[in-house]
Design a protein. Sequence first.
Length: 235
Amino acid sequence: MQQNQTEIIRTEKLCRTFSSSAGEVHALRDVSLTIESGKFTILNGKSGSGKTTLINLLGALDRPTSGSIFFEGQELSAISETARDKIRRTRIGFVYQSVVLISTMTALENVEFGLRVAKYPAAERRKRALECLDQVGLLKRANHLPQEMSGGEQQRVAIARAIAHKPAAIFADEPTAQLDTTMGLQVIAVFKKLIETQGITIVMTTHDPDLMQIADKVYSLQDGALIQPEGGAAE
Ligand SMILES: Nc1ncnc2c1ncn2[C@@H]1O[C@H](COP(=O)(O)OP(=O)(O)O)[C@@H](O)[C@H]1O
Ligand SMILES: [Mg+2]
């Protein structure tokens, strides 16, 4: 068996401790996992179990207290802030629980704006933005403002924006938590399609146990530690 060939992320004994007025909070304890390229990975767990802390570390938004994160073979804490920034801007896309679109811009303009921030060539922005809206099934909404779209459609625009600069991986922190079941499933369907057609890697957190069956791989957190599934190792 060929090992590690499709691995995009690996963590070793990741710990993240926060200091607060109430004392130290061990948000993550010795989390070792691998994320496979082109797969749908879900980080599951109750509120407060450490999902957001973990996904922020995987996406290079935060640094661990101890332990290592390898992203495409590079150890994130061993490289400069500039290099980490570049990885974040070029290899990674983020989707959040509450959709953060600019309310005065149309769907198309929102995606184009994301491309401007990502320093994507100006001449190609419009074409690429339309291509991404098409990939999330919203070409017909290109000229609509956020308030003219449903919550699920707005989240799909946010996904179009997140994939526009052609990242290797999308990190989505509870992207369905504020949507009803139908709209939540549409968001999941878009992720699945992106995996199939673009080979993108999806890492998503959720506290909804019903969503776990759609994943290729589920890691469950409890009090900041991975729970081993019955009868096997965590990976
Ligand atoms: N910046 C912070 N300062 C102090 N404690 C934090 C901070 N961020 C998260 N925590 C704590 O770490 C634990 C895990 O939080 P989080 O990763 O947000 O969990 P989840 O996303 O699963 O709800 C919680 O106990 C939370 O209160
Ligand atoms: Mg969270």
